[in-house]
Design a protein around this ligand. Structure first.
Ligand SMILES: Cc1ncc(COP(=O)(O)O)c(C=O)c1O
Length: 416
């Protein structure tokens, strides 16, 4: 089956000769169906192309196979929180590899990581490790259904690809019927869903925030509503965890979910996730058959342990907040200066920009032009979802991005 890839990017500053050759090879051999164009290119098709192949990633920067360099605001889809190829994480992983890649027994760092997470996350009495964010949230949902004996789930946000939360072809209708989305920051909507599905809802699963911050008291009200109705509250902290606060968004917003799923930032790009929560609930987890062949691999465990140590030692969440706020303020000023109706949105650690042209096609075009221009100027931003900042970024990196944005906003102004 042929895959449609984006055409050669419309950019004058960069050469993409080798990228183009590699894309041609993928097209020709069709061996790499797993390149997942829908997921990988969904944003970049819209910006007119994508430098797909990396030669080296170090700190806040990427270099593609054509030698073009980018400040990376995609950061392994938010998993690389310290910066690429962090020396101390790499050293810990190398030492762990010497102990065996997947030894049959547990590793000592396993205990240390669990203890560290329980110490950091107030609502976590205990923790279990898995490999992906999808794993961890799916485990939380199965656990909530097992504990409550109820089938239905209400949710807000993205939780990965597993059947319980997917609307894709191939997922049984009967499975889809067990999930209902609710509107964020609208407690009445959630209340109404509890009425409709009275005594049927096992859990409320939610990202604590996505683009908008929760309004004051909203998350606490969600918790009260869930508990009043006999449901569990599950925070999907796969994106938020260890980024805005070492205790998770739950610490930042003062809520104690019954269960929490973590992934991404916890291991600086290495594959590991965690489900944490109340002991009385978590104690049922051993009955759920959650076997994960690779869960005891010391490399990912040690990567996570070292990442948490560095996040704490360097107070990384505070640094991300500072860098993100600087970026957002700079983008707002640059947009204003260029006369473009745009403003930065999101929490500083996960900033984004919203174009506010009256017509939807203009907003879409503005975003495409902006990200395309930024890519050509060496700043990797996605139009598909919010961006990330990392600890390896400096104020000079942020200022360089803001400076480039002036040129990108002027282009948007000229074209719209
Ligand atoms: C909030 C959230 N939950 C779950 C997931 C799924 O994580 P993974 O891709 O590691 O399975 C993601 C991935 O983007 C996510 O952002």
């Amino acid at each position: 089956m042929a895959i449609e890839y984006p055409e050669t990017p419309d950019r004058t500053r960069c050469s993409y000769t080798r990228s183009t050759d590699f894309l041609a090879r993928i097209r020709k051999s069709e061996a790499l169906i797993d390149a997942r164009p829908a997921l990988y290119f969904s944003g970049y098709e819209r910006v007119g192309g994508y430098p797909v192949f990396v030669e080296r990633a170090k700190g806040a920067k990427l270099r593609d196979v054509d030698g073009n360099s980018y400040i990376d605001y995609l950061l392994g889809f938010g998993s690389v929180v310290l910066g690429h190829a962090n020396f101390e994480v790499n050293r810990a992983v190398t030492a762990a590899l010497e102990r065996g890649v997947n030894p049959s027994f547990l590793d000592m760092d396993h205990i240390a990581l669990a203890e560290r997470m329980v110490a950091l996350i107030d609502a976590a009495d205990c923790v279990t490790f898995l490999k992906t964010g999808s794993d961890a949230v799916a485990a939380a949902v199965r656990l909530a259904r097992a504990v409550t004996g109820r089938p239905h789930v209400v949710h807000f946000g993205h939780h990965g690809w597993h059947d319980w939360c997917s609307n894709s072809p191939g997922v049984q209708q009967s499975v889809k019927q067990l999930l209902t989305p609710f509107r964020f920051n609208d407690i009445d909507h959630l209340d109404a869903l509890f009425e409709v599905h009275r005594d049927e809802i096992a859990c409320v699963v939610m990202m604590p925030y996505e683009l908008e911050a929760p309004s004051t008291g909203y998350l606490a009200a969600v918790q009260d509503l869930a508990h009043k109705n006999g449901a569990l509250l599950v925070f999907d902290e796969v994106r938020s965890g260890f980024r805005i606060d070492l205790g998770g968004a739950q610490a930042a917003f003062g809520v104690r979910p019954d269960l929490s799923a973590f992934g991404k930032a916890m291991a600086n790009g290495h594959a590991i996730s965690a489900l944490a929560g109340r002991r009385d609930v978590m104690s049922k987890i051993l009955e759920l058959g959650l076997t994960v062949t690779y869960y005891r691999s010391p490399d990912a465990i040690s990567a996570a342990l070292t990442t948490l140590q560095l996040l704490e030692r360097d107070d990384v969440p505070a640094k991300l907040a500072r860098l993100g706020a600087r970026l957002m303020q700079g983008l707002d000023e640059a947009a204003h200066h260029a006369g473009v109706p745009a403003r930065s949105i999101g929490l500083p650690a996960t900033p984004f920009i919203r174009f506010e042209h009256t017509r939807e096609p203009d907003r879409e075009k503005a975003m495409r032009l902006f990200c395309n221009a930024m890519l050509g100027l060496g700043h990797l931003l996605t139009p598909a979802h919010h961006w990330f900042v990392c600890a390896a970024m400096t104020e000079a990196d942020i200022d360089a991005t803001v400076l480039a944005s002036r040129e990108a906003f002027s282009l948007v102004k000229r074209m719209l």
